[in-house]
Write a protein that binds this ligand. Structure first.
Ligand SMILES: [Zn+2]
Ligand SMILES: [Zn+2]
Length: 343
């Protein structure tokens, strides 16, 4: 697939920016039949027959409901009725909110009622998986297909799996991830894929990727504004990010820090710099980026066309709040440690 070119003259308006260009491979996943040996999103993986599938033993977050006593609900309602301005808390309301939070306990996120039922408080608590949970294939990437894929230790194949539940991790809330770097030459025999039943329960359906074929394309992109040299940073306008930074699933390139400000991404082992290896994105483009980033082959799609969703949200995966999960890896350390960040 092909990304439309930058509009003529766009780069000339920011002298020096051209030198900071870096390629990334847009993966362009689209729903379709996938094979065990090709590059794709979703399963199956070219997995050594004698190697067990990785499992997750990290506690996952479960939403629990705690009943709120009727008399506390009554006091809350009475306090709300004393408000003089709609969104301004009345006297005593803050204390009542604290009382509910204390009642619900650690992990409190709020309260409400479903379908007019009794009022309940919500909390997220960490629970262990009853048994180690098999991880689900997310992507298989061959260096032959994905030119920007790192090759730590001469690897030419990356397999990405995750545990499809919410987990509280150092920097993100979402699936735990497992990366497997391999050499294709060392994969022998016919891989056997475990039946779907072995995957077990899916904690969150948006973590079950639809099988997608990839249509990789190398595109040049540019640093996030705050990572630009000072003299350039002052000259970027509101359209900079949507013009120069590619949305969607990609390998390599620069990280977009539009949701949080830029964070350091040190290697968990050596604390040295890591590189952006893979972005798992909830959408390939949106209303603000469709002209720039919707592939040439799909420019004809009408906004109301049902096919548009296969183009815009091909994998069905949603991370964060319609955001992206980014995997940063350290090329120097043994076993290629990695860091997750969700935007
Ligand atoms: Zn898990
Ligand atoms: Zn390192």
């Amino acid at each position: 697939m092909k990304t439309p070119p930058l509009p003529p003259g766009t780069l000339d308006r920011l002298p020096g920016l051209a030198d900071l260009g870096r390629t990334a491979t847009r993966l362009h996943p689209r729903p379709g039949a996938v094979g065990v040996r090709d590059s794709h999103v979703g399963g199956p993986l070219w997995w050594p027959a004698d190697e067990p599938r990785p499992t997750c033993e990290h506690p996952y977050m479960v939403r629990e409901e705690v009943p709120i006593p009727a008399e506390l609900v009554d006091r809350m309602r009475a306090a709300e009725a004393r408000r003089t301005v709609a969104h301004q808390l009345a006297d005593g309301e803050r204390e009542l909110r604290d009382e509910i939070a204390d009642l619900v306990g650690p992990g409190f996120t709020g309260w409400g009622s479903r379908d007019g039922g009794p009022m309940v408080g919500y909390r997220y608590v960490a629970r262990p998986h009853p048994t180690p949970h098999p991880m689900l294939p997310v992507a298989q990437l061959r260096a032959d297909d994905v030119p920007d894929l790192p090759r730590p230790g001469g690897a030419d194949l990356l397999q990405v799996l995750w545990c499809p539940f919410e987990h509280q991790q150092t920097r993100s809330w979402g699936p735990t991830v497992s990366l497997h770097w391999r050499r294709e030459a060392e994969l022998t025999g016919v891989p056997t894929e475990p039946p779907t039943g072995e995957i077990g329960e899916i904690g969150n359906e948006v973590y079950r990727p639809r099988p997608c074929r990839l249509h990789p394309e190398q595109v040049v992109e540019y640093p996030y504004p705050e990572e630009l040299p000072e003299e350039l940073r002052g000259r970027v306008d509101d359209d900079y990010v949507s013009t120069f930074m590619m949305p969607g699933w990609k390998v390599g390139g620069y990280a977009n820090w539009s949701v949080t400000d830029p964070h350091e991404t040190p290697c968990p082992s050596c604390a040295g710099p890591t590189g952006l290896t893979l972005v798992v994105d909830s959408k390939e483009y949106d209303g603000g980026t469709r002209d720039r980033w919707r592939p040439v082959e799909e420019q004809h799609l009408e906004w109301a066309d049902p096919e548009r969703f296969d183009s815009q949200e091909p994998t069905g995966v949603q991370v964060g709040r319609w955001g992206a999960l980014r995997i940063f890896t350290c090329p120097r350390c043994p076993d290629t440690p990695f860091l997750l960040d969700v935007q």
